[in-house]
Design a protein around this ligand. Structure first.
Ligand SMILES: *Cc1c(COP(=O)(O)O)cnc(C)c1O
Length: 458
């Protein structure tokens, strides 16, 4: 049996898979300030029109342009590994596979959409892109993509991560990008937050407001904003992960996958691996698909499914998603990429349809899983990714109890070599578990209770 399954460049997928085409119930549309569905031209100051069209597309398969194919081929296809050393340590009959997205130059799955978005912006005549970053993975992925394509790149980085992960800023600058701690004094949104809470750790919701404000206030009209997760076109671009994985599993002789796992911040790495399997599930296959989130930011497991803004200053349209409220400031856990109040509408919708099941796991179990993984498979994974590994270990242990040879596939969304501060704290015994208290959750949701309800009929 092969333990690393590779594809050749010519075996890379030529099309992205769009789950929106196959959902049993149609997606709820995003709503504008007047409560009506938004039109493409309302998004035009924020995104280039070619990406807006993709955002709204109902086509099942969308061709990957040659230019993007060549950019992806700089590091893709990514390998699929069988975690034989982890299996052995767990003494499980389960077969555990992981898709290794940490092999990209920026160290995560995020360049898959960064190169596509940068390419479409360039095609549309844009000169500069602004964005936010949580743990710094997205900011570095976008800086990398902009360097390859020849665009200016400006990143607002959530304060807590800016302080915890200083080398991410250096990566962005090495690729020619600019990186600013958020909230900042550069925007109205940032100044507002600083006036009220000068010591805030920041949040993705604040940083998104700053980056959008920066983009739409460029009077030359040549700046656009880019989002690293959540939106439909981002989920779409990430599906190369699952499409490759299916080919690789077939090569490994796997006929049936039982469990597919991804950690979920905004939902994109999960969607990337899982959506092609969600398609199989819609068509009758019995597959368990698990979205794993931190207990400190329990969007899918505990927040309502409703309409909410993606950012604190309400600059984004209202999206139908599970949301802890756009004012929610998550606890400063080390999995910075999972500290987001909302969720991709496509992932939320799939949860409402019963196609994806959410799970939340506390920080210490995740770090313990990360150490087990490092000491068996050898890879030091991102704190975000440790949520997927913790669940893979839980699922394997269930298989052991049942004495079943389950096939488990998870997404190794990124390496943790820029996240060693978190490891150091864990190894030094300084980390604790933090579960969001019910009263805090209710207070945050109370603030959005008058916003429209979204529904998915079962
Ligand atoms: C950004 C990030 C995540 C979370 O974002 P999703 O959109 O939910 O994938 C997970 N893992 C890593 C390594 C990341 O960089």
């Amino acid at each position: 049996m092969e333990n690393k399954i590779y594809l050749t460049d010519s075996e890379m997928p030529r099309q992205w898979y769009n789950l929106a085409a196959d959902l049993p119930n149609p997606l709820n549309p995003p709503l504008g300030p007047d409560g009506n569905p938004i039109t493409p031209d309302m998004l035009a100051p924020v995104f280039p029109m070619n990406l807006i069209e993709q955002e709204m597309s109902q086509e099942r398969w969308i061709d990957i342009p040659d230019g993007i194919q060549q950019l992806l081929a700089r590091w893709r296809p990514s390998p699929l590994h069988r975690a034989i050393h982890l299996e052995k340590a767990l003494g499980t009959p389960a077969k555990i596979f992981y898709k290794n997205e940490s092999v990209s130059p920026a160290g995560s799955h995020k360049p898959n959409t960064a190169v596509a978005q940068a390419w479409y912006n360039k095609e549309f005549g844009i000169k500069k892109i602004t964005s936010e970053t949580g743990a710094g993975q997205w900011g570095s992925a976008l800086s990398y993509a902009c360097a390859l394509i020849g665009l200016e790149c400006k990143i607002y980085m959530v304060r807590i991560s800016f302080d915890q992960k200083p080398f991410r800023k250096t990566m962005m600058e090495t690729w020619g990008g600019t990186c600013i701690a958020s909230p900042s004094e550069f925007t109205n949104a940032g100044r507002d937050v600083l006036a009220k809470t000068p010591d805030t750790p920041g949040s993705l919701g604040i940083a998104i407001s700053e980056a959008i404000e920066d983009a739409v206030s460029d009077e030359s009209g040549q700046t656009r904003y880019s989002l690293g997760s959540v939106l439909n076109h981002v989920m779409l671009h990430q599906t190369v992960i699952g499409l490759e994985a299916k080919k690789q599993l077939a090569k490994a002789g796997i006929k049936k996958v039982d469990t597919v796992i991804g950690c979920a911040g905004g939902g994109s790495n999960l969607a990337g691996l899982a959506f092609p399997f969600v398609n199989d599930k819609i068509n009758g296959d019995d597959i368990e698909i698990l979205a794993v989130e931190p207990a400190s930011c329990p969007t899918l497991t505990r927040a309502p499914f409703m309409y909410d803004h993606g950012d604190i200053a309400k600059m984004t349209p209202m999206l139908p998603m599970h949301s802890l409220g756009h004012n929610f400031i998550p606890a400063p856990i080390h999995a910075g990429g999972l500290r987001y109040h909302g969720m991709a509408p496509l992932v939320s919708h799939a949860v409402m349809e019963g196609l994806i099941s959410p799970v939340s796991i506390k920080q210490l179990e995740c770090y313990e899983a990360a150490l087990t993984f490092a000491r068996t498979e050898g890879l030091i994974i991102a704190p975000e990714t440790s949520h997927a590994v913790a669940q893979a270990i839980r699922s394997a242990n269930e298989a052991t109890k049942e004495g079943k040879e389950r096939v488990i596939v998870f997404n190794l969304s990124g390496h943790g070599l820029m996240d060693l501060n978190g490891y150091a704290k864990y190894l030094g015994g300084e980390l604790t578990n933090y579960e969001l208290p019910q009263d805090e959750l209710e207070k945050s949701i109370e603030m959005i209770k008058d916003q429209p309800k979204a529904t998915v009929e079962k």
